[in-house]
Design a protein around this ligand. Structure first.
Ligand code: SF4
Length: 440
C-alpha cells in the first residue's frame, strides 16, 4: 500500500474521500522509514479548501488509527490524510482515502510492477529540482560542493560557541552542545534546555546530579518500578529530589516535551540524563577534551577511539546503569556502554570540534584551528539515518553510483536540507540551491 501511494498508482483525477469530498494530491510526501507517519510533508487539497501540507498515514483498516494508538500519539498530530485499503467506514474527523477503488489498474496487474524494483525506484515527482544538475556533476566538483556546505555548518556551530561563551562562559557552551548532541534527533531541545537551567550548579555527587536532572526533566516516575534494583535507585533519586524540588519548581519540564517513539534504548532520554549527570558531577571533561586534541597529534590510535575513551573516562561504575537502558527496562546480560561509535561521531561533529575551534580562534592559535578542521573533514562516515536517506534520495535518487564519503559530507547534506529543502518544501519553491551548483 505504501508503494502504491508513493508512486501514486491511482486514478488521480477522480480521487475522493470516503467522506465524499474530492481529493487532489499535489505531492504524495516523502517516504518515512522511521517511527511516525508513513509519509511526511505531503500536499493535498480537499474540495475547494486551500491546499494543506502534512503527513500521511497508511493502514490497512481505519480502526488501526485507534488500535495502533495514533489517535493519542503527538507524532501523528500533523496527519492530514489516512490512507486505508477498502472500506466505507472511517473516522468522522480524519479525511480518509480508500485506495483499492482508486487503483489505476487491477491489483493483479500492479503486482508484477511491485515485484520489479518499485521499492528502490524514486518516483520522478519527488526528486528535487536540483537533481538534473547534480546528476551531471563530476565526483570532485560534487565533493567540493558538499565540503563547502559542511564548512558552512562548522562555521555556524563555531559561531554558537563564540556567542554563548561571551554570554555565559566557555565551558558552559560546551555543556550545552554536549547535552544537545545527547538528545540525538528527537530530544535535542529539552536536553539543551536542561543544560541551560543547571548552568550555575557546581560539580558534586553523581546521584545528586542524576536526581536533579531526572526531576527537572519531568522523567522521574511517580510510581515505583517493579524490580528490586530499580526500586533502590528510584528511592535514592526521590530521597534527593524531594529536598531539591521546591528550589527548582518553576523550571521543571513537562513530560510532553520528550519524544520516545522511534528512540532506540541506548538513546532513551533517561539513559542520556544518567550520562549527562555523571559528566556534570565530575566536571573535568572540558579540560580532558583540550588534552584529547594534543593526544590526536601524538598517538597512532584513531581520533574517534581516543575521543570515546576521553568521554567515558572518570565515569564511576554504576551497578544499575551498567545493566539497564532505563529505570523500567529489564536487566541486560552484558555490560552496557555509555556511548557507541556513532554517538561519539555525532558528539565530535556537533559539539567537541566546533567548541575547540572557537577556543583555538579566541586564543589566536591558528595551528590548532587547522588541526581541528583537518579532524572535522577527515572524520569517518557516521551512522546513516532517515533524514540523510531522504535528502540523498531527493538530491541524487539512487542512480548516482558513488557519493563522496565522510562525516563532514553528511554534515554538508544536513546543511543543504536545513538551508534549502526544509524552507523550499516538497515542491522546491524558490530554492536557490540549483543556481549554486557549478555547470558540469
Ligand atoms: S528544495 Fe532545493 S536543495 Fe532541496 S531538493 Fe529542492 S531544489 Fe534541491
Amino acid at each position: 500500500m505504501q508503494q502504491l501511494w508513493r508512486h501514486q498508482r491511482l486514478r488521480r483525477s477522480t480521487l475522493c474521500l470516503t467522506q465524499g469530498q474530492p481529493l487532489r494530491v499535489l505531492h504524495p510526501g516523502f517516504w518515512n522509514r522511521e517511527a511516525g507517519p508513513d509519509f511526511r510533508r505531503a500536499i493535498i487539497q480537499i474540495g475547494d479548501a486551500p491546499p494543506r501540507t502534512g503527513d500521511i498515514e497508511v493502514d490497512r483498516h481505519p480502526t488501526a488509527w485507534f488500535q495502533h494508538g495514533h489517535a493519542r500519539n503527538p507524532a501523528y498530530r500533523n496527519v492530514v490524510l489516512h490512507v486505508v485499503w477498502n472500506t466505507a467506514a472511517s473516522h468522522p474527523e480524519l479525511p480518509t482515502l480508500a485506495l483499492e477503488p482508486h487503483l489505476e489498474g487491477r491489483l493483479s496487474e500492479l503486482v508484477p510492477w511491485l515485484d520489479t524494483g518499485s521499492l528502490l525506484a524514486i518516483p520522478p515527482g519527488t526528486l528535487g529540482r536540483c537533481y538534473p544538475s547534480l546528476q551531471g556533476l563530476p565526483h570532485e566538483s560534487l565533493a567540493e560542493l558538499l565540503t563547502a556546505s559542511a564548512r558552512k555548518r562548522l562555521e555556524q556551530k563555531t559561531q554558537f560557541h563564540r556567542i554563548r561563551s561571551r554570554l555565559t562562559d566557555r565551558d558552559q557552551s560546551l555543556w550545552e552542545s554536549l547535552f544537545t548532541a545527547l538528545g540525538f534527533q528527537h530530544n535535542r531541545w529539552p536536553l539543551q534546555h536542561l543544560a541551560e537551567i543547571v548552568a550555575e550548579e557546581a560539580c558534586g555527587d553523581p546521584r545528586t546530579w542524576e536526581a536533579r536532572l531526572f526531576g527537572l526533566s519531568g522523567l522521574l516516575p511517580v510510581d515505583p518500578p517493579s524490580t528490586v534494583e530499580a526500586v533502590r535507585l528510584f528511592r535514592d533519586l526521590w530521597d534527593t529530589w524531594w529536598r531539591e524540588r521546591a528550589r527548582w519548581s518553576d523550571a521543571i519540564l513537562p513530560r510532553q516535551v520528550w519524544r520516545f517513539t522511534g528512540v532506540r534504548p541506548a538513546n532513551h532520554p533517561q539513559r542520556r540524563l544518567a550520562l549527562a549527570a555523571r559528566w556534570r558531577a565530575e566536571g573535568g571533561l572540558p579540560e580532558r577534551l583540550r588534552t584529547w586534541l594534543d593526544q590526536c597529534a601524538s598517538e597512532d590510535r584513531p581520533p574517534g577511539v581516543l575521543l570515546r575513551k576521553t568521554l567515558e573516562a572518570n565515569l564511576p561504575t554504576d551497578s544499575f546503569w551498567n545493566r539497564h537502558w532505563t529505570l523500567r527496562s529489564e536487566s541486560q546480560p552484558l555490560h552496557l556502554p555509555w556511548l557507541g561509535e556513532s554517538r561519539t561521531t555525532d558528539i565530535a561533529m556537533n559539539a567537541v570540534l566546533p567548541w575547540l575551534r572557537a577556543q583555538a580562534e579566541a586564543a589566536e592559535d591558528m595551528h590548532a584551528v587547522r588541526r581541528i578542521e583537518a579532524l572535522y573533514f577527515q572524520w569517518p562516515t557516521g551512522q546513516d539515518n532517515g533524514r540523510l536517506r531522504q535528502i540523498r534520495q531527493r538530491l541524487f535518487s539512487l542512480t548516482r553510483p558513488r557519493l563522496p564519503q565522510g562525516a563532514a559530507i553528511q554534515q554538508g547534506l544536513l546543511q543543504i536540507a536545513e538551508e534549502f529543502c526544509e524552507p523550499g518544501g516538497s515542491l522546491c519553491k524558490s530554492c536557490l540551491f540549483p543556481e549554486l551548483i557549478p555547470p558540469s
